[in-house]
Design a protein around this ligand. Structure first.
Ligand code: GLC
Length: 536
């Protein structure tokens, strides 16, 4: 087996949502050439891997998570030549590309599905086509709302779609589907990609008796098979599975550091605080507990992913911090310090490193199929104002507004009309300004990436919460080979006192979000810093 986890603990991933990253053609949609044009910027930040959300040919009903052809670049994003250039230009700068593998479903525009609809049994077996009786016995609700079964009249059959009706679930119990997937992955590995992010991978094996769509009996068997057939044959790859339903036990199977299925996985407990995804209030005590559970639970037995936001989640500062102008920078830096000094692989979602924030949405402005479906259903039961507030707080569109490069028109993202609203905050929040200001959030991220690579303690230390009952601060201690690292973060807009800090006068402050740090236990609004204490 190849050394698939080489330098795993050093790596930092930057997530690119190509549609909203940088447009070079003026069609209002970001493209591969746009990514190439910003590689120097990403090299400057210091990240190792660039995860691109899907750029394959797609009708984009779910912005590319509905793939029509796994072997083609969507013309909106450019050509295969552009992609090859991206690979080599990234490599020159010491960065690798991760592709997004969406193998739980294809677009209904995929040739397999079209053949299935045309009556070809072979391709019907690629998907989950069922008769009425089965469907009636297995009621399933789509994750994007409504019935997950869609009736096809001329076949007198239903097909399963756990997401949009244009995203038909594949049947992984069909060996041919698995082989096709591995063949496609090897195509991209041969090109030189450094690994993959796997979309909703825990859904590939289903538990039909209980109508549960994740964590089925063959899940780990199929992943083992996939790893053997693909990335285990390549050196130094990085893989991350998106696993909404993983508990600790599954997580350790996925990423056990030795015979690992994936380098790491995404879990989402820390992003959900209520009966559904639209619930907004964050409970700090619970947040701390969740991080503690995963930090302790995975230590030496698996490897965590560290992230606050991605293309499916609202902006970190708006969700976990304080996006009011007077606190935005402090709170953004504080959140970064808090997360990046934990154990696991950190991910930076485009724009996070300059502190981008949420915005309010009108029904007309919304682009996301999930938000639109939710809005249309929720307004029947709730006040429109309330629903819009939830959308402003949680909607995926918040993550998808264009990266704010400059304070000029359309934030420098496009010369044309952007496919989605530009966040009005671009006049003050933009990359150009962030690079010019040595005190900006950008430089906190840059520093954190450097620190991670230098400090074994961050990669291997134990994790213990400090003052777990405090509703004001989130603080913890890491320890490794006699060295200790204390991280304190005031999560409020007020001055607070932390009594646990009194013995740390001799410690060295390695990073802070205020210019001057006092070690006397008084923390100013959103103050966050880390203190290293020398060995005893
Ligand atoms: C994942 C993706 C999301 C997509 C869904 C269906 O959760 O991150 O964007 O809508 O899967 O593919």
């Amino acid at each position: 087996m190849k050394d698939i986890n080489k330098n795993l603990k050093d790596k930092v991933v930057y997530q690119i949502y190509p549609m909203s990253f940088m447009d070079t053609t003026g069609n209002g949609i970001g493209d591969i050439r746009g990514i190439i044009s910003k590689l120097d910027y990403l090299e400057n930040l210091g990240v190792d891997l660039l995860w691109l959300t899907p750029i394959y040919s797609s009708p984009k009903n779910d912005n590319g998570y509905d793939i029509a052809d796994y072997y083609q670049i969507d013309p909106d994003f450019g050509t295969m030549e552009d992609f090859d250039l991206l690979l080599s230009e990234a490599e020159k700068r010491g960065m690798g590309i991760l592709m997004d593998i969406v193998a739980n479903h294809t677009s209904t525009e995929h040739i397999w599905f079209k053949k299935a609809l045309a009556g070809e049994k072979k391709y019907q077996d690629y998907y989950v086509f069922r008769e009425k009786e089965f469907v009636e016995d297995h009621p399933i609700t789509s994750i994007f709302g409504g019935d997950a079964w869609k009736y096809i009249e001329n076949l007198d059959l239903y097909y399963l779609h756990n997401f949009d009706k244009t995203q038909a679930d594949l049947d992984w119990d069909n060996e041919e589907v698995r082989k096709e997937t591995y063949k496609m992955m090897n195509f991209w590995l041969e090109k030189g990609v450094k690994g993959f992010r796997f979309d909703v991978i825990d859904m590939i094996s289903k538990i039909w008796e209980r109508c549960e769509m994740s964590n089925g009996p063959k899940l780990h068997e199929y992943i083992e098979e996939m790893a053997d057939a693909t990335y285990r044959n390549y050196d130094d790859t990085f893989t991350v599975g998106e696993t909404w339903s993983a508990d600790l036990e599954h997580a350790k199977k996925y990423s056990n550091l030795e015979n690992t299925e994936f380098s790491t996985i995404f879990t989402f407990e820390h992003t959900m605080f209520g009966p559904d995804k639209w619930s907004t209030t964050i409970d700090l005590l619970k947040l701390k507990e969740i991080f503690e559970k995963w930090q302790k639970g995975m230590h030496n037995e698996g490897w965590n992913s560290l992230f606050y936001n991605n293309h499916d989640l609202p902006r970190a500062i708006s969700r976990y911090g304080d996006d009011r102008e007077e606190f935005r920078e402090l709170s953004g830096k504080g959140l970064a310090i808090l997360l990046h000094l934990m154990e696991g692989t950190p991910y930076i979602y485009q724009g996070e490193e300059i502190g981008m924030i949420n915005r309010p949405w009108t029904r007309e402005e919304m682009q996301d199929v999930e938000a639109i479906n939710y809005f249309d259903m929720a307004v029947k039961k709730e006040e429109e104002k309330e629903v819009l507030k939830k959308i402003e707080n949680i909607s995926r569109d918040n993550a998808r507004t264009p990266v704010q490069w400059e304070d000029s028109k359309n934030a420098g993202f496009t010369d044309g009309t952007p496919w989605i609203e530009v966040n009005e905050s671009y006049k003050t929040i933009n990359v150009k300004g962030a690079l010019e200001d040595k005190n900006s959030i950008f430089y906190t991220y840059k520093e954190l990436i450097k620190i991670r690579k230098k400090m074994d303690l961050i990669k291997n230390g134990t994790f213990d919460l400090i003052d777990r009952k405090s509703k004001e601060h989130f603080s913890y201690m890491r320890e490794h080979q006699g060295k200790k690292l204390y991280v304190f973060a005031n999560m409020t807009d007020k001055d607070i006192i932390i009594s646990e800090m009194k013995d740390l006068e001799d410690g060295e402050v390695i990073i802070s979000n205020y210019n001057e740090t006092y070690k006397d236990g008084n923390l100013r609004p959103y103050e966050a810093f880390a203190i290293k204490v020398k060995s005893n």
